[in-house]
Design a binder for this molecule. Sequence first.
Ligand code: C2E
Ligand code: C2E
Ligand code: C2E
Length: 89
Amino acid sequence: PSPLGPTPKLVIDLERLATLPKEKAGALARYAATIQSQRGDYNGKVLSIRQEDLRSLAVIYDKSPTELTEELISWGVLDAEARRAVESF
Ligand code: C2E
Ligand code: C2E
Ligand code: C2E
C-alpha cells in the first residue's frame, strides 16, 4: 500500500471538458458521454472513470497512459492527483 493513502480516483471535470476544442477533446467527450449514458448518470459536474478506461483512451489518443494523463492534467480535465492513479499501472 502507498504511504500516500489509497489510489486516487480518475475524476473527469465535465464542465472543463465541455469548454475544450473538439479537435483535442472530442474523443474523450464522446467516451465520457457513453459512460454517462450506460450509467444513467447525466447530472454530474464530474465523472469518475475506471482505470481500465484510461488505458482504452490512451490507445485512442495514441499515447501512453502516463502521457495522456499529463495532457489531461494540462487541459484541466484531470487534477494532479491523477498521476498517482496511473503510477499503479
Ligand atoms: P457492468 O460492468 O456489468 O456493471 C454492472 C453494475 O455493477 C454497474 O451498473 C454498477 O452498479 C456496478 N459496478 C461495476 N463496476 C463498478 C465499479 O468499479 N464501481 C462502482 N461504483 N460500481 C461498479 P451501472 O453503473 O448501471 O453500469 C451498467 C453498465 O454500464 C456496466 O455494466 C458497464 O457495462 C457500463 N459502464 C458503466 N460505467 C462504466 C465505466 O466507467 N467504464 C466502462 N468501461 N463501462 C461502464
Ligand atoms: P467522492 O468519490 O470523493 O465523490 C465526491 C462527489 O463528487 C460525489 O458526491 C459526487 O457529487 C461527485 N462525483 C464523483 N464521481 C461522480 C460520478 O461519476 N458521477 C457523478 N454524477 N458525480 C460524481 P456524492 O455523490 O454525494 O458521493 C459522496 C461520496 O460517497 C463519494 O466521494 C464516495 O466516497 C461515496 N460514493 C458515492 N458513490 C459511490 C460509488 O458508486 N462507489 C463508491 N465506492 N463510493 C461512492
Ligand atoms: P469505486 O466505486 O470507489 O471503486 C473503486 C475500485 O473498486 C474500482 O476501480 C474497481 O477496481 C473496484 N470495484 C468497485 N466496484 C466493483 C465491481 O462491481 N466490480 C469490480 N470488478 N470491481 C469493482 P475502477 O474500476 O478504476 O473505478 C473507479 C471509479 O469509477 C469507481 O470507484 C466508480 O466511482 C467509477 N465506476 C467505475 N465503473 C463504474 C460503473 O460501472 N458504474 C458506476 N456507477 N461507477 C463506476
